[in-house]
Design a protein around this ligand. Structure first.
Ligand code: G1P
Length: 288
């Protein structure tokens, strides 16, 4: 019988170098898009996709993430006393939406190493990985779309999108053949290839459903691109003995780990907000 996808890993141990000085003492995952920390968008997507347990891989300086998903007794008491019921519910819901667990990656050795730190939490079932730098806005949650493909094809599934050829150096890139509309069979993967070495322009977009066997390969994966232990390299070994599929998901993905991507997400999410959108749009029109 096919094992359901119940557990997800969110790696959040990165130093956030691209966002200094804002990330000197606060985790980059806590930077808000309008008023919600980026990691909350990721957790909400996982929950809306049916995930029951989330493991966040943290590091030093990441305590604010744990506090955010914890109960805030003092704040709740004050909001309740002041009769701010809407805000009280907003704050309480963050702490109760899902079971979140934490493990520390003690050294920043790469994404592959971060995932390897989760092996005991995962136990013996396939799992999802959601990267915090990739926020996806879609009608159906991106991970849910992937779980549906997993349920049909029964093996690992990667979220993919085409990128301009000159951007392949930023991503894990697939060598793949198209099976049906939006679905690819992966033959090989390369982490951050130069344009002339890229096997295609199909890039992995920070969402993965991965078979348990990945841990056997992660245990043996040597540092690759950037001197880090890469998940892409372990997936490359996995695909030599087990099928991996790619899903060109529906939705818009924002690279919120990049300053311009972060600004784009902030503006677009603000324009969509019922309480802010109209006024903000007028302001932008005037400004431009
Ligand atoms: C990571 C992965 C890469 C993937 C990308 C998606 O890279 O290593 O394969 O395409 O996320 O955002 P990073 O952006 O962490 O350097």
């Amino acid at each position: 019988m096919l094992k359901p996808i119940r557990k997800a890993i969110i790696p959040a141990a990165g130093l956030g170098v691209r966002f200094l000085p804002a990330t000197k003492s606060q985790p980059k995952e806590m930077l808000p898009i309008v008023d919600k920390p980026t990691i909350q968008f990721i957790v909400e997507e996982a929950v809306a996709s049916g995930i029951e347990d989330i493991l966040i891989i943290t590091g030093r300086n990441k305590r604010a993430i744990e506090d955010h998903f914890d109960k805030s007794l003092e704040l709740e008491m004050i909001l309740s006393e002041r009769g701010k019921d809407d805000l009280l519910k907003l704050v309480q819901d963050i702490g109760t939406m899902v079971d979140i667990h934490y493990v520390r990656q003690k050294e920043p050795l790469g994404l592959g190493h971060a995932i390897y730190c989760a092996r005991k939490f995962i136990g013996d079932e396939p799992f999802a990985v959601l990267l915090g730098d990739d926020v996806v806005r879609s009608e159906k949650p991106c991970l849910k779309q992937m779980i549906e493909v997993y349920e049909e094809y029964r093996y690992s599934v990667l979220a993919v999108q085409e990128v301009p050829p000159e951007d392949t150096y930023k991503y894990g890139i697939l060598k793949a053949s198209q099976l049906e509309d939006k679905i690819y069979r992966v033959h090989d993967l390369v982490e951050k290839p130069k344009v002339e070495e890229a096997p295609s322009n199909l890039a992995v977009m920070g969402r993965y459903i991965i078979s348990l066997r990945i841990f056997d390969f992660l245990a043996k994966t040597k540092p690759g691109a950037g001197g880090e232990i890469q998940l892409t390299d372990a997936l490359r070994s996995l695909v030599s003995c087990e099928a991996i599929y790619g899903l060109a998901f529906e939705g818009k993905r924002y690279d919120v780990g990049d300053k311009l991507g972060y600004l784009k997400a902030t503006v677009e999410f603000a324009l969509e907000r019922e309480d802010l959108g109209a006024e903000f749009k007028e302001y932008l029109k005037e400004l431009l």
